[in-house]
Every structure is written in C-alpha cells, then in structure tokens.
Design a protein around this ligand. Structure first.
Ligand SMILES: N[C@@H](CCC(=O)N[C@@H](CS)C(=O)NCC(=O)O)C(=O)O
Length: 246
C-alpha cells in the first residue's frame, strides 16, 4: 500500500499550509491533515516535530509534510516534492524549476511581505504594540510594492505561448500559489485590491484568481468545511491598514 500524504500544520487559519492543501485538493489526492485535530492536540502534535530527533536536524517551523519515512519542511520545498507526483509541475524539462521560482516569488511578495505588514517591528510583539508602524508600512506597501507585484504577475501571465496560466496552457501549482496569495490579499486589503482590479491594469491577474477559483476540485474544496477562514494568520483584516493607493 502506498504511504499516505500527511500535512502537519496548525489548525485555525488557512496559513502557509493552504498552498499544500490546494495542490492536493486540485489533484484529488487523499491526505491527512492535522487541521482536523482539536486546537490543543494539533499544536502539541506540530510542536513535537520542532524538537530535535535522532538522525534529523530539527524542523524550524510548519508546514511540514510526511510521506512514508520522509518528513520535509518549507512550503515551496513541499510543493516541489509534490508537484511532479501530482502532475502539477509542468510538462517540459526544467519546468519544475520555473514553477518553483514562480511559487517562491509569489510567496516572497504576496505572502511574506504581507505578513510583515502587520508585524513590521517584531513577529513576537502583538499587532497592537506596533499598530502605528503597521499602518505606515501598509500605506507604503500598497503605494509601491503591491503595484510592483501585481505588475510583475500581469507581465508573467502575458505569455506568448497562449493560455491563461503562468506556464501558458499548462496549469501548475504556481497558479494555485498565486491564487491563494491574491485571495489572502483581497481579504487583508479589500479597498486596495478593488482599486487595483478597477484600474484595469491587472486584468490577467484577476482573471487567474477567478479561473483557479472555478476549477471543479478547487471550487468544491473552497465550498467545503475543510476551507478555514482567515483570521490571525498571514492575512489579517485591520481597518487601519485597509487603505487606498491614493
Ligand atoms: N519559509 C517558511 C516559513 C515557515 C513559517 O514561518 N511558519 C510559521 C507558521 S505559518 C511559523 O511557525 N513561524 C515561526 C517563526 O517564524 O518563528 C515556509 O514557507 O514554510
């Protein structure tokens, strides 16, 4: 019997684990998910992987992914491992590296930067203790970084090869990562994202969000109870931070 796919991540928000869930769901793969555990049990289980064990360097942070004897960390590393197994890493030689680069770029700009926008001074401090800095950072981020990122993705989607995906006609997990990043930004910054959409400058980007959302397996997953709500994770809605680009 084939080893099961096991996602190890905190319960309560989609978080970084969501990128892995979306790839598994899109492919219709069976997997277990620690998000089905009660909050305290889940935290205890996840934390048990973060302490050193025999023969292993400890894992720094979730998401983690277990497949048989292998346990790996880092969202994009897990996606790269799964991509070829699930048929979501492209069809041509070296596509897996292109797809990985696209996923890393989306995670850098539209996930990690967004996380830092509500924790600009220190991850360990509460948002409330860095509220003013967070507001200032969001104003600047929305004015300069958001258009830079959206502009990049618009260019990336203007493929000569035809098709509406990042690799033209070939759908890959990079499209899912970009979808999830855009979806989170829409939650965190509804005003700025509406303004960006209405500007008409990023039509390909917003079409990708619609197209991924409409894929049958993704749509069924998003409508299911397995899809957790945004709250305290990477994508947070703070009215002070929800500003227009001017
Ligand atoms: N680059 C890593 C980041 C992992 C990460 O930051 N995980 C969060 C939960 S989503 C965490 O527990 N971070 C603890 C910390 O950074 O101190 C990845 O993409 O997997």
């Amino acid at each position: 019997m084939a080893a099961p796919y096991e996602l190890i991540y905190y319960v309560g928000v989609p978080g970084r684990g969501e990128h892995i869930r979306l790839a598994l769901e899109e492919a219709g793969a069976e997997y277990t998910d620690t998000a089905s555990l009660p909050m305290d049990k889940c935290r205890e289980f996840v934390t048990s992987y973060l302490t050193p064990g025999p023969g292993n360097p400890p894992y720094y942070a979730p998401p983690l992914f277990k497949h048989g004897d292998l346990v790996i960390s880092q969202t994009s590393n897990i996606l790269m491992y799964l991509g070829s197994k699930l048929g979501l890493a492209g069809a041509n030689q070296n596509d897996e590296y292109r797809v990985n680069a696209l996923a890393l770029t989306a995670l850098d700009g539209l996930s990690n930067e967004v996380h830092d926008s509500h924790h600009p001074i220190a991850v360990e401090l509460y948002y409330e203790d860095q509220r003013e800095e967070s507001k200032r950072r969001c104003q600047e981020w929305i004015k300069t970084r958001l258009p830079k990122h959206l502009g990049y993705w618009e260019r990336a989607l203007a493929s000569d090869e035809g098709g509406n995906w990042l690799l033209g006609k070939t759908f890959t997990y990079a499209d899912l990562v970009l979808f999830q990043c855009l979806d989170g930004c829409k939650f965190a910054f509804p005003k700025a994202m509406s303004q960006a959409k209405e500007s008409g400058k990023y039509n390909r980007v917003f079409r990708l969000w619609e197209d991924v959302k409409a894929r049958p397996n993704v749509a069924a997953y998003l409508a299911s109870e397995k899809r957790q709500k945004y709250d305290w994770g990477i994508y947070r809605y703070y009215p002070d931070n929800d500003v227009l680009a001017e």
